[in-house]
Design a binder for this molecule. Structure first.
Ligand SMILES: *[C@@H]1O[C@H](CO)[C@@H](O)[C@H](O)[C@H]1NC(C)=O
Ligand SMILES: *[C@@H]1O[C@H](CO)[C@@H](O)[C@H](O)[C@H]1NC(C)=O
Ligand SMILES: *[C@@H]1O[C@H](CO)[C@@H](O)[C@H](O)[C@H]1NC(C)=O
Ligand SMILES: *[C@@H]1O[C@H](CO)[C@@H](O)[C@H](O)[C@H]1NC(C)=O
Ligand SMILES: *[C@@H]1O[C@H](CO)[C@@H](O)[C@H](O)[C@H]1NC(C)=O
Ligand SMILES: CC(=O)N[C@H]1CO[C@H](CO)[C@@H](O)[C@@H]1O
Length: 492
């Protein structure tokens, strides 16, 4: 009888051990370990108690049934042997394992999500950086700003519409787009902030198109446009601020010289520029350079250099692929073929006084100053007969013969420089170290002289050469070694 009981007990024990070892091998969280420890504690106590106190089972009472079978019942108090707890333990262990596995899979899920979030943050960072670079910030003000910009555009286009005579398809289209944009922004404001970037880009492109449109309008209507080579305007109205093209190719110490753009009446679109710095003595013209395009001139490339022996003064001019200059220490005019690199003609200018006697104010050795305008080649100089006043002669560029001569009443040494434009001589005088004034004019078509006052800003003190180019209707000014260029506006 007793043996049976003990066997039963041992069976129970092994079950508990199994349960506990199963639980232990699952390696769950510390929480589970604690639970197991707590649950397994009574087992050990019970086991040792069993071994040490067999009298516990002495209380077992048995009875013999009618068939002679021995029956007995054992009472096992909960405190000494936790059968139910063992069962519970098994259940808990299983639950815990399940729970753990659930947790584990959740952790995996989370780490996946974290990766995604990291990716998103990275993307956002990149976008923010991009926005910062393009100076766009996501603030509450953005929509206000957008609205202001759009209303500006709206105002501009409305103005533009009112000034454009007749219908203008482009302006109408821009106008429509701006209207559409206004609606779009109002919709977006209540929906989505993220499209601000796209809208802003649209606005910038609209602004640029508007600007272009406005500029082209200004060019074609105000001020009036006169095609290069024509003289249908009413003469010089104003000159722009100087555009400093660059220092001459020889450098800062070559303060004398001339530069300009060739005018070929047969091929008015052709681009040829010359830069002719004198030697540092301000008298010898020895080298000049020819550039095929303005970019070449800016970049010092694709040019050819010519050497002549010698020219004098800063009065040279390029006309129809020939360089015209005053031959050194003579009264001769020289015609030089820049493509064939040779002098084709040299002829004396009648009555001219040379030798730095009637040069311009502040500029030495410019006794003979060539000028080119829409009508062709001119030469400006002084004679004894005209008492040092400016003499204008129209030249036949083929023969260098004087076709016609006009005598002005303007003393040449008192003007700082001069140029021809549509048969009209314009002369300048120095107002200050930074300002020059076009103050005198002489119209060869009427023989009338007159006063004008057009201020020309300059960069340094002295203007050594002014050349007008009918090709682009600009003034090319040699200013103490710097090459300056001015736009011209004409009167109606
Ligand atoms: C992050 O940007 C990349 C490249 O633009 C894109 O392929 C990816 O889907 C983006 N990820 C998220 C989470 O937006
Ligand atoms: C402006 O919106 C109208 C109506 O939605 C559309 O038909 C038209 O093409 C849009 N115009 C422009 C220039 O986007
Ligand atoms: C166009 O001319 C108007 C005045 O006629 C002037 O206010 C505006 O600034 C000019 N725009 C450009 C781009 O030159
Ligand atoms: C002439 O042009 C200059 C430079 O652009 C400008 O400052 C000046 O106001 C203009 N003068 C006249 C009378 O238009
Ligand atoms: C220039 O001279 C040439 C040669 O004598 C002549 O054929 C031509 O007609 C002259 N041109 C002018 C504008 O006088
Ligand atoms: C010694 C001892 O434990 N005796 C107990 C045996 O069982 C009966 C009833 O089950 C108890 O009343 C005794 O005290």
């Amino acid at each position: 009888m007793k043996h049976i009981q003990v066997a039963l007990l041992l069976l129970m024990l092994s079950m508990i051990t199994q349960a506990s070892s199963t639980a232990a091998t699952t390696n769950v969280t510390p929480l589970i370990d604690t639970t197991l420890q707590y649950l397994s504690q009574p087992r050990e106590t019970t086991a040792s108690h069993l071994r040490m106190t067999p009298e516990l089972f002495a209380n077992v009472s048995g009875s013999l049934d009618d068939r002679g079978n021995c029956q007995c019942s054992v009472y096992l108090p909960d405190t000494t042997f936790p059968v139910q707890k063992a069962e519970q333990l098994q259940v808990i262990a299983t639950t815990l394992v399940e729970k753990f596995e659930r947790e584990l899979s959740q952790v995996k899920e989370y780490s996946k999500r974290i990766e995604l979030y990291q990716q998103k943050i990275l993307n956002l960072t990149i976008r923010v950086e991009h926005m910062e670079k393009s100076s766009v910030s996501y603030t509450e003000l953005d929509f206000q700003l957008l609205k202001v910009e759009i209303s500006d555009l709206d105002r501009l286009v409305t103005q533009l519409k009112s000034t454009v005579v007749g219908s203008n398809v482009i302006v109408d289209q821009i106008y429509m787009e701006i209207r559409n944009l206004t609606i779009l922004v109002n919709e977006l404001e209540s929906l989505d902030k993220n499209n601000i970037l796209a809208i802003r880009r649209q606005i910038v492109s609209l602004q640029n198109r508007l600007k272009e449109c406005e500029e082209s309008r200004n060019q074609t209507t105000v001020p009036p446009y006169f095609p290069p080579g024509t003289c249908i305007h009413g003469g010089l109205l104003n000159v722009s601020q100087p555009y400093v093209v660059k220092l001459n190719w020889k450098g800062f110490y070559y303060k004398y010289g001339s530069w300009g753009r060739d005018y070929s009446p047969s091929d008015p679109e052709k681009e040829v520029y010359w830069v002719a710095p004198l030697n540092t003595d301000g008298r010898y013209l020895e080298y000049f350079r020819i550039y095929k395009t303005f970019d070449d001139l800016l970049l010092f490339k694709s040019m050819y250099e010519r050497r002549i022996t010698y020219g004098e003064g800063s009065g040279a001019a390029l006309y129809n692929n020939f360089m015209y200059y005053h031959a050194y220490s003579s009264t001769n005019m020289v015609k030089y073929d820049i493509t064939k690199d040779k002098i084709v003609l040299s002829k004396a200018l009648p009555d001219v006084i040379t030798g730095n006697r009637f040069s311009y104010a502040g500029v030495s050795w410019q006794d003979i100053d060539f000028a080119v305008d829409e009508n062709g080649l001119w030469v400006l100089y002084s004679t004894e007969n005209n008492m040092g006043n400016i003499v204008i002669s129209k030249l036949n560029e083929t023969t260098l013969d004087v076709i016609n001569t006009w005598h002005t009443r303007q003393y040449k040494p008192s003007v700082s420089n001069a140029f021809m434009l549509c048969g009209v001589l314009y002369a300048t005088r120095t107002v200050s170290t930074r300002k020059e004034e076009i103050f005198y004019m002489y119209d060869t078509s009427t023989g009338q002289e007159g006063r004008v006052s057009i201020i020309m800003d300059k960069k340094l003190d002295t203007i050594q050469g002014i050349s007008y180019s009918p090709t682009d209707q600009k003034l090319y000014v040699y200013n103490d070694g710097y090459l300056l260029r001015y736009d011209i506006t004409f009167q109606h």
